[in-house]
Design a protein around this ligand. Structure first.
Ligand code: KG4
Ligand code: ZN
Length: 331
């Protein structure tokens, strides 16, 4: 089954063609970071307008790169939410018109589910039960997944998401946007133990909280602005404590869930230290850790097509009443 995936939940206009839920024929991503950079964050109204302008050119490019045409597509999968509702609506409206005009099945995909399914694009045999850590700019969710399409949220952030914490701290440090990759890069030059920072919410709960770390980092920054070696140490320190708490809680949940696979997902899963530390912690406990390559960690439409494929296989087709939702629960 050849699925056309469409993703417009935030600031990436993305279209992909995926065969059988696994074979990526094309995965085109038009990033809007240059547009939003000067505002230090995504401006929802501008994002929606840009999606409107770019979606069909991106679609053309995705079809061309896949060496296919709309006539050879079997189904259309689109991100329904969560995300910016105006931005999502552009993708949902486009997906509906394509499905309606070609008489194709339509499927709405949860963006977080999409992040999880990025793993299914690259790893052949993912065994259940699985435990997924979704870490993105908007979410930090620890999810038990007994089977395809079944989700039990064990813990989530009570305030800022991990990526949001990186972005806000990076912004205060005068680094580029988005901040996560900048912190990752700068950390390589700093001693992660040089600046004293609290381990965020290092208690038994499976919930996360990163706003206290943000406050501590901003306080630590005072008087050191522009000091390059201090900034590198601060970045490395922030990255160390965020990664430590993510790894600790995931491994604690793994002891209870007993997963056959641990899945890392979302933009922050591209983080070098998180990938390395989670890998060694999982290895030490005999868990199988799977993660997508960095390009499939951040927002893309191939992951939406993959998740859509499995939804269609379960008969979960959407009607033309499908509507974008800013806070769609994972279910
Ligand atoms: O999944 P994603 O592309 O969009 C959302 O669904 O939010 O995630 C974007 C987030 C941003 O906060 C960005 O700073 C973070 O992922 N990110 C990283 C890295 N690459 C992207 N954070 C830490 N290290 C990275 N290498
Ligand atoms: Zn995302």
């Amino acid at each position: 089954m050849r699925v056309l995936g469409i993703e417009t939940s935030c600031d990436e206009t993305a279209v992909a063609v995926v065969d059988g839920g696994r074979t990526i024929r094309s995965n085109v991503i038009a990033s809007q970071v240059d547009l939003h950079r000067r505002f230090g964050g995504v401006v929802p109204e501008l994002a929606a307008r840009k999606h409107m302008e770019r979606l069909f050119p991106v679609l053309d490019e995705a079809l061309e790169q896949a060496g296919t045409s709309l006539g050879a597509i079997d189904a259309v999968a689109v991100t329904q939410g969560p995300g910016l509702v105006g931005a999502l609506t552009v993708g949902v409206a486009a997906a509906k018109s394509i499905a309606l005009s070609l008489g194709l099945p339509l499927v709405g995909v949860n963006h977080l589910e999409g992040h999880i399914y990025a793993n299914f694009l690259v790893h052949a045999e993912i065994e259940f039960p699985a435990l997924a850590l979704i870490v993105s700019g908007a979410h930090t969710d620890l999810v038990a997944m007994p089977d395809h399409g079944v989700y039990r949220v064990l813990g989530r952030t009570r305030d800022d998401a991990a990526g949001e914490a990186f972005d806000k701290i990076a912004r205060a440090m005068g680094l580029g946007y988005p901040g996560g990759p900048e912190i990752d890069r700068l950390s390589r030059r700093g001693d992660p133990h040089a600046v004293l920072l609290p381990l965020p919410m290092a208690n038994a709960s499976w919930d996360f909280s990163f706003s206290g770390l943000k406050t501590a980092a901003l306080r630590a920054l005072r008087g050191h602005e522009g000091d390059q070696s201090y900034l590198a140490a601060l970045a490395a320190g922030v990255q160390r404590v965020v990664v430590e708490v993510l790894v600790q809680k995931t491994m604690r949940a793994a002891e209870v869930v007993g997963p056959k696979s641990v899945l890392l997902a979302g933009g922050v899963a591209a983080n070098t230290r998180l990938r390395a530390e989670m890998d060694s912690a999982a290895h030490a406990r005999g868990c199988r850790l799977l993660m997508p390559p960095p390009v499939l960690c951040t927002d893309n439409a191939a992951m939406i097509a993959a998740a859509g494929f499995y939804r269609l296989r379960r008969g979960q087709q959407a009607t033309l009443a499908l509507a974008a939702s800013s806070d769609l629960p994972l279910e």
